[in-house]
Design a protein around this ligand. Structure first.
Ligand code: UT7
Length: 326
C-alpha cells in the first residue's frame, strides 16, 4: 500500500457577511445568546447566482495551484456535500467540466453531512493507496443557506456557506496514518430535511409547511456530538499508534465552540492545539473541516512533520476522524 498525503489545500468563502446583529433584525435572538451558546459572530452567505459547484470550483482551483497539479493530472474528484446544485448530476461531474479535467476522471459525490470531508479524504486515500489513482481532488462544499429556515431561530443562527478543497497523492513519508468512520442511523431523525427527496417529493404543501428546511434537535445532538467526536479521535489515534499528547493540531468540525471545548477537555488538549474558525463562518457542514484545514495551513499553524487530527460529526448520524503526519 502506498503512503497517501495532502499536497495542496484551497478554500473559497462567499463575499456576503451575515452578522449576529443582522440576525437580531430577522428573528427573536441576540448577539449575546448566539455568541455565548455557539461561539459564532458571523457567517458567509452565497450570492443568489452562486451554487455549490461555483464555490467548489474556486476552492478546487486554489488547491490545484497550491499543489502544482494541473486539472488533467486528476484521476479522481470526490465532492462531499448535502447541498448539491441539483439532485443530479453530481457536483463532482460539474467540477470535472469546470476544470476541464480528463474524461476518464472518476467523479462522484459523498453524502455524509458534516463528516463528509473526512469521509471523502478516507475514500480518496483508498484509491491512491491501492495504486488505482495517482492524483485525487477532494472538496467539501455547502450552501446551507439554501436549506435554512430564516424564520426558525433554533437553526438559522448556526449555519453558513463555503468550500474547502485538498489534493491527495502518494507521498514519500508521513501522510494519512489512520482513519476511523462510523454511523448510527437509528438517530437520523435528530437532524434532517424532511421533504424534497423520494420519501416526500416537493408539493405546494411541503413548501408551505417549511419541510424543505433543516430540522434539528440541537440539545440532543450536542451531547452525542461530544461523545462521538471524542471517541472518533481516540480510535483514530489508537489506529495510528499515537496518544492525544502527540497531536500538534486538531481540526474539528465547527458546530459549536462549546462542543469543541468539551471534546478538547476530554482528550486533555489545550486551546493552542485546537483550530477554530466558527466565530467567522459558523457551521458549514462538510466545508467546516475543509476550510479550517486550509486556513490552518495558510496561517502556518501546520508545519511539516506535525500530527494533525481531523475530527467531525454530523447528520446521519455520522462521525469520522483522520490522523495525518504533515
Ligand atoms: O453540525 C453537526 C450537528 N449539529 C450539532 O452538533 C449541533 C449541536 N447543538 C448545539 O450546538 C446547541 O444545542 C444549539 C446551539 C443548537 C442550541 O443551544 P442549547 O444550549 O442546546 O439551547 P437549547 O436548544 O436547549 O435552547 C435553550 C433556549 C430555549 O428557550 P427555552 O425553551 O429555554 O425558553 C430556546 O428556545 O434557548 C432558546 N433559543 C434561542 N434564544 C435566542 C434557541 N435558539 C435561540 C436563539 N436566540 N437563536
Amino acid at each position: 500500500m502506498k503512503k497517501v498525503g495532502i499536497i495542496g489545500v484551497g478554500e473559497y468563502l462567499p463575499k456576503k457577511v451575515l452578522t449576529n446583529a443582522d440576525l437580531e433584525r430577522m428573528v427573536d435572538t441576540s448577539d449575546e445568546w448566539i455568541t455565548s451558546r455557539t461561539g459564532i459572530k458571523e457567517r458567509r452567505i452565497a450570492a443568489k447566482n452562486e451554487a455549490a459547484s461555483d464555490l467548489g470550483l474556486k476552492a478546487a482551483r486554489q488547491a490545484l495551484h497550491e499543489s502544482g497539479i494541473k486539472p488533467h493530472d486528476l484521476d479522481l474528484i470526490i465532492v462531499a456535500t448535502i447541498t448539491p446544485d441539483m439532485q443530479f448530476p453530481s457536483v463532482a461531474s460539474m467540477l470535472q467540466q469546470g476544470l476541464s479535467a480528463k474524461k476518464d476522471t472518476i467523479c462522484f459525490d459523498i453524502s455524509a453531512a458534516c463528516a463528509g470531508f473526512v469521509y471523502a479524504i478516507a475514500t480518496a486515500q483508498q484509491f491512491i493507496a491501492r495504486g488505482n489513482v495517482k492524483y485525487a481532488l477532494v472538496v467539501g462544499v455547502e450552501i446551507l443557506s439554501s436549506l435554512t429556515d430564516w424564520k426558525d431561530r433554533n437553526t438559522c443562527v448556526l449555519f453558513g456557506d463555503g468550500a474547502g478543497a485538498a489534493v491527495l497523492a502518494e507521498v514519500n513519508s508521513g501522510g494519512i496514518l489512520s482513519t476511523y468512520l462510523g454511523c448510527d442511523g437509528a438517530k437520523s431523525d435528530l437532524l434532517y430535511v424532511p421533504a424534497g427527496g423520494s420519501r416526500m417529493p416537493a408539493t405546494k404543501e411541503t413548501v408551505n409547511k417549511h419541510l424543505h428546511y433543516i430540522k434539528m434537535q440541537g440539545n440532543e445532538l450536542f451531547k452525542i456530538a461530544i461523545l462521538s467526536m471524542t471517541e472518533a479521535a481516540q480510535v483514530a489515534l489508537k489506529r495510528a499508534g499515537l496518544e492525544c499528547a502527540d497531536v500538534d493540531l486538531v481540526i474539528p468540525h465547527q458546530a459549536n465552540v462549546r462542543i469543541i471545548n468539551a471534546v478538547a477537555k476530554k482528550l486533555g488538549l489545550g486551546e493552542d492545539k485546537i483550530y477554530l474558525n466558527i466565530e467567522k463562518y459558523g457551521n458549514m457542514s462538510s466545508a467546516s473541516t475543509a476550510t479550517a484545514l486550509c486556513q490552518a495551513v495558510k496561517e502556518g499553524r501546520i508545519k511539516k512533520g506535525d500530527i494533525v487530527l481531523l475530527d467531525a460529526f454530523g447528520a446521519g448520524l455520522v462521525w469520522g476522524a483522520c490522523v495525518i503526519k504533515w
